[in-house]
Design a binder for this molecule. Structure first.
Ligand code: AMP
Ligand code: MG
Length: 409
């Protein structure tokens, strides 16, 4: 039996071999979730002009100095100004303009009185019940961003709010690392995609699962279908995948079964490392860069496939897309019950549900931990990292890797 290699060592070797995809010009509409590769500088101030933060009246603050609830000051309303319209009337002494949130500050005005502190007075008057100070409720031009200001730097992951800022600056194109195209191939004579089963057959659960995991990672998932256990067919399918994808994932055929043709096919295409990782589940992993494309041979058992994706393929896909934070968030949680295990030289990754309870995370097993029991994994939102040894006791603190949320480090 070949040597068990610690998880961190395998992961470091995998990631060290992977290059980010070179940045390309990208339209803003396609940029959600991508990693920015160029500097973004504001070419205009945001907001572009001074405007009001409140519905109310544009006034000269000095005119309201003596205003109070008991002795309101009457101003002459000379115009009204909704958002979206250029001012046409200045505010003179003793005058006010009815103004709506977002409308430009008219010439002469230096404060806004909130409508709540006023009352209409006749057809063309307003009573101001509170003194305004200069600048009240005025959003200055460039108060958010000034022209020439550095806004976003390379490495930023473009979220919804980033896209909003880019739109406010009229930035339609930017340089970003492209979305990786990730091919997913299932292998095995026993697999059928859908429909009734004949004896010996099972349905291919890995491909739909891995395609969804790829999408969740923000990459484009390319369905490469099922390849039966035929060395030539697998070779041709993977050859095509390597030339059209940025990362290729296969599942099945990486253990030591007699009919594992994936290994033979991959060995024909280039050099892959066949590793036995010191973890349970997901011990076998094949990885290599073939013709410039990272290629992962994930284990066939569905739970192992998912765990292997989480530990190796997902960080690799994120790195390919230029992400600096690639790993799932790890937090401390309290074990809700004993997590018993035997010493076997491996880190165990138990499927658990982690809940926030009374100011701490609590981890509870989702049930059967065999590597073929995918239903228990479906109920999990985290992997509990149980180090080699006898396990942990209820109430002990354990480390859990959260399987949702953005990358953390
Ligand atoms: P292998 O690594 O090919 O020896 O497969 C290990 C186990 O995983 C076997 O029980 C296979 O039937 C199962 N398996 C392999 N690929 C898939 C798949 N795509 N969907 C569901 N089970 C699979
Ligand atoms: Mg197989």
């Amino acid at each position: 039996m070949s040597e068990l290699i610690p998880l961190e060592q395998v992961r470091a070797a995998v990631l060290a071999a992977i290059e980010p995809l070179p940045p390309v010009e990208t339209s803003r509409e396609d940029a959600h979730g991508l990693v920015l590769a160029g500097e973004i500088t504001a070419t205009e101030p945001v907001p572009p002009f001074a405007n009001t933060a409140m519905d109310g009246y544009a006034v000269r603050a000095a005119d309201t100095d003596d205003a109070s609830a008991d002795a309101p000051v009457r101003l002459h309303v000379v115009d009204e100004l909704p958002a979206g319209r250029a001012p046409r009337t200045p505010v003179g002494a003793g005058q006010a303009i009815r103004i709506m949130t977002g409308a430009p500050i008219p010439e002469g005005a230096d404060a806004i009185v909130m409508v709540e502190n006023t009352a209409p007075d006749g057809a063309d008057g307003v009573l101001v019940r509170r003194a305004a100070a200069e600048g009240d409720h005025i959003r200055q031009a460039g108060g958010d961003l000034t022209a020439g200001q550095a806004v976003f730097s390379p490495g930023v992951v473009l979220t919804a709010a980033h896209l909003g800022v880019l739109a406010s600056l009229d930035i339609q194109k930017l340089r970003a690392h492209p979305r990786a195209r990730v091919g997913v191939l299932s292998t095995g004579d026993e697999l059928v995609a859908a429909g009734p089963l004949t004896p010996g057959k099972i349905r291919d659960s890995n491909r739909p699962m891995l395609l969804a995991l790829v999408q969740e990672a923000g990459a484009d998932a390319i369905d490469l279908g099922i390849a039966v256990d035929d060395e030539d067919l697998i070779t041709r399918t993977i050859e095509h995948a390597l030339s059209t994808c940025d990362v290729v994932l296969t599942s099945g055929g990486v253990s030591v079964g007699d009919y594992d043709y994936v290994k033979a096919a991959l060995d024909r295409l280039g050099h892959l490392e066949w590793r036995q990782v010191a973890i349970k589940p997901a011990k076998p992993l094949a990885f290599g860069i073939i013709r410039g494309t990272p290629m992962f041979g994930l284990p066939g058992n569905p739970v192992s496939s998912l765990v292997s994706f989480e530990l190796f393929a997902r960080p690799a896909i994120l790195l390919r897309m230029g992400h600096r934070a690639r790993f799932r968030r790890e937090v401390h949680a309290v074990a809700a019950h004993d997590f018993r295990r035997r010493r076997d030289g491996k880190l165990h990754l138990d499927r658990v549900v982690v809940e926030w309870r009374d100011g701490q995370f609590v981890a509870t097993s989702t049930g059967a931990q065999e590597s073929n029991v995918l239903s228990a994994t479906a109920a999990a939102n985290a992997l509990a990292l149980i180090p080699d040894g006898d396990g942990v006791t209820a109430g002990d603190q354990i480390t859990v890797m959260l399987l949702d949320g953005p990358a953390d480090h």
